[in-house]
Write a protein that binds this ligand. Sequence first.
Ligand code: ATP
Ligand code: F1X
Length: 304
Amino acid sequence: MIYTITFNPSIDYIVEVEDFKVGMVNRVKTNYKYPGGKGINISRVLNNFGVKNKALGFIGGFTGKYVKDFLQKEGIDTDFIMVNGDTRINVKLKSNEETEINGEGPCITEENLKELYKKIEGLTANDFLVLAGNVQKTLPRDVYSRIQERCLKNNVKVIVDTTGDVLIESLKKKPFLVKPNRQEFSEIFNKKIETKEEIIEYGEKLIKMGVQNLIISMAEEGAYLINDKGVYYASSPKGTVINSVGAGDSLIAGFLASYLQMGDLLEAFKWGVATGSATAFSLDLCKREDAISLLDQVFIKKLI
Ligand SMILES: Nc1ncnc2c1ncn2[C@@H]1O[C@H](COP(=O)(O)OP(=O)(O)OP(=O)(O)O)[C@@H](O)[C@H]1O
Ligand SMILES: O=P(O)(O)OC[C@@]1(O)O[C@H](CO)[C@@H](O)[C@@H]1O
């Protein structure tokens, strides 16, 4: 079974404004609301692919209720912990450029954390646990790593998708999969990593540290998969980007859905990239048939 944990879910408020002007009154052309947060997006795409999963995390207030109700209506199993304060609203502004304003999110107490630890105690080697998204500033930076420690004991496969110090701490606990984009990957080493040679050099450092599979995603420029079997590059399908929010999360969901079914890392990588692009080419997160239609545009090359 796949479990996702989103510490800081959101309502993603997607607003399209023609020719947005800073400091002026701008009128919305179209707007949409979706439940958001990286783990929640992964749960939704898995569900679109027919993969049963459970969404965990912290929600609060009327916005939290919106998130929970939306997921339940889609048929997703949820087990959220209720916290004081409202789940955040993240604004995704689409105009000549894409701009995002992500909220801070409600405070998580020590009691809330203990409740979460309890929920993951029963996970086993047959389970995957996805830790995705930003964690509130008031929480210790090793909070993912503490969860991973508990998972290591029971051989639960952990997937991490986050940024900054929380990501760096999590790398020490031998995650099954980590998926930074190129900027997040550079931040790990505090160095601009751009060329193929640099990506391979620094990627292999993470594999030596114990990361089992590393995917570095680069939007339309493709993605790298690095593990102890080699270094692989996948091209991204071509298409018109409609809303790239959640493309990275979709890559993880597509990868997991395929890996769960076939147990083949390269096939999973191919599905991941097709799924990421299918979401970038959709308004909401993609459906399974959207990903299938792009599969034959993903070419995988073994580099090492
Ligand atoms: N412009 C694009 N064209 C084709 N595919 C794209 C594009 N943008 C994203 N993708 C697909 O989505 C995957 C993940 O995108 P990206 O590298 O931007 O991750 P991310 O920064 O984590 O995404 P996000 O934060 O928007 O969820 C890419 O590997 C690619 O398959
Ligand atoms: O603030 P975080 O947790 O880093 O990112 C949150 C977020 O931008 O990530 C998802 C897309 O990946 C969105 O649904 C959501 O709004």
